[in-house]
Design a protein around this ligand. Structure first.
Ligand code: TNX
Length: 511
């Protein structure tokens, strides 16, 4: 017998199958899970309530309601005092409990009639509801009743991120990606608890963001991309729209303008910027390291003051990424001078600078951050100078590398990266000599020389970025390939629902 709603107490015997919270294929795996083997029956009488003090909590409740509707079709009211009997309740609660140690920590208690999501901040509640989304089965238990119930296993989850920074980078310069394509990527990243999306907005092949004080950057510099396609750019309004979409998912956008190298598109637009002495032509190939800004000219720095200022003004996050990689035609002294001056400009506009690991050659402020991609010794040097480090070791996290010899897209210079290689490493100990306290987190860069639309992006990103999400969030002792690959196999319903063109790696027994 199953009783819903108006059952008499004496008849209230609910024969739910035994559940096991600990065997739901959650990714990233939470710190602690305790199963109590009963079930919360999510149904049309369920309502969502949130702590009312903070409107950001209500938005988290609305986000959950929308995603539940998208997944199983149920339309749950949020903070609606007229919605009846409060039979089954999801309560998203602001809590100052000392157990919630970081802003993104959360606790999830699933009881028979009530689910509590406790968090100190709305960001923590947002991470918590991603776990809850993953606990909701695709199928209702409609063999028992014509009133469908989606059974959520009861128990308790206590969770917090390993790293404060969990990023994915998208190169929209080599090939342009539309606002909708970027949003789709962000939405999937949020499901796996990423909190940062880094947009590589300029390179030799194209300039991708409107700068009102220097209009030729987009009139000229945005019209090209790898392979000769039409390129494109985001207006400032479109960029703000992406920032808002990310913010709604408690994700930070980090804009990157790559310099002094990787700057052909900018110099083509304004030739006074050019410092390599050669004549300028649009570039649609995939070589690197041939362009540079002129580090000796004051006008270059006033240009950059405007560019950084305009972008900083529409970027709420704390960082501005100034690139700094592969400046092979910039003299070493010029490079150092340039990076140090750009750091000051970034700070003038209220941001902290991030740069690729080459920036460690300069004398930088400890508020700046070095992003390791190819030289461990640079990351160690940066840490010795008090900088924090983001880990993106190319042989593990470069999801633009091919998976294997039959991969359709991707490059190979950092090696082939099958799904297990991208997962099987420990960021906390990977770089020998780099102190744990210096590491703020990890990032998976997706360079776009070989990809130009969502389907191709997804082929390279998925499933590898899902594993990197777990490495960024879960304690090392929970990261085990043999066990992880079973959970990964069970992401198929979600990936199918999102119409994600993931690479069906033969290493995984896909469900
Ligand atoms: C190296 S990684 C680059 C990029 C390329 C990438 C291709 C880095 C900081 N620079 O310019 O797109 O390799 O994998």
């Amino acid at each position: 017998i199953i009783c819903v709603g108006a059952c008499q107490p004496e008849k209230k015997e609910i024969l739910f199958p035994k559940t096991d919270l600990a065997s739901v294929p959650l990714i990233p795996k939470p710190i602690k899970t305790v199963a109590t083997h009963s079930a919360f029956g999510l149904d049309s009488n369920t309502v969502i309530y949130t702590s009312t003090q903070d409107p950001a909590f209500e938005k988290v409740g609305q986000f959950l309601s929308e995603k539940i509707k998208g997944k199983i079709g149920l339309d749950l009211a949020v903070n609606d005092n007229n919605s009846g009997k409060l039979e089954r309740l999801i309560y998203i609660n602001q809590s100052d409990s000392a157990d919630l140690e970081t802003p993104e920590s959360y606790q999830l208690y699933v009881q028979k009639d009530t689910i509590f999501v406790n968090a100190k901040t709305a960001a923590g509640a947002f991470r918590g509801i991603q776990t809850l989304r993953q606990l909701i089965p695709e199928k209702s238990n409609d063999t028992l009743t014509d009133h469908p119930l989606w059974l959520i296993p009861t128990g308790k989850i206590v969770d917090a991120p390993k790293f404060e920074y969990r990023g994915a980078m998208l190169d929209v310069a080599r090939h342009f990606f539309t606002v909708d394509e970027v949003k789709k990527y962000i939405d999937i990243l949020a499901y796996y608890k990423y909190n940062t999306i880094h947009l590589h907005l300029s390179d030799d092949q194209g300039w991708r963001i409107e700068i009102k004080s220097w209009p030729k950057l987009t009139e000229v510099g945005a019209k090209t991309e790898v392979g000769g396609g039409e390129g494109g750019f985001y207006t400032q309004e479109q960029y703000k729209d992406i920032v808002q979409y990310a913010e709604d998912r408690h994700m930070t956008v980090i804009p990157e303008i790559d310099m002094p190298g990787h700057s052909n598109a900018a110099s083509l637009s304004y030739p006074f910027l050019n410092g390599n002495g050669k004549s300028l032509k649009p570039y649609t190939g995939t070589r690197v390291g041939f362009s540079t800004f002129d580090a000796q000219k004051d006008t270059v720095y006033s240009f950059l003051d405007d560019v950084i200022g305009e972008i900083a003004a529409i970027t709420p996050g704390p960082y501005f990424h100034a690139g700094g990689d592969e400046s092979h035609v910039t003299k070493k002294n010029d490079y150092i001078l340039f990076v140090e001056k750009v750091e000051k400009l970034v700070q003038k506009h209220g941001k902290k600078m991030i740069g690729w690991n080459e920036i460690a050659q300069a004398n930088l402020d400890p508020s700046s951050v070095a992003q390791l991609w190819n030289e461990s010794h640079s990351a160690i040097k940066a840490a010795e100078n008090g900088l924090k480090v983001i880990l993106s070791p190319s042989e593990r996290t470069y999801v633009d590398m091919k998976y294997d010899s039959i991969s359709e897209y991707g490059l190979t210079w950092a090696g082939l990266i099958p799904v297990d290689v991208a997962y099987n490493w420990n960021p906390e100990t990977y770089v020998e000599g780099l102190p744990r306290e210096s590491i703020i987190g990890i990032e998976a860069p997706l360079w776009s020389e070989t990809i130009s639309n969502s389907a191709e992006l997804e082929y390279l990103a998925f499933p590898r970025v899902i594993g990197i999400a777990e490495l960024g969030w879960s304690p090392a002792e929970h990261c085990n390939w043999e066990e992880y690959k079973q959970r990964l196999a069970q992401q198929v319903p979600y990936l199918n629902q999102m119409e994600v063109n993931y690479y069906p790696s033969p290493l995984i027994d896909w469900k």
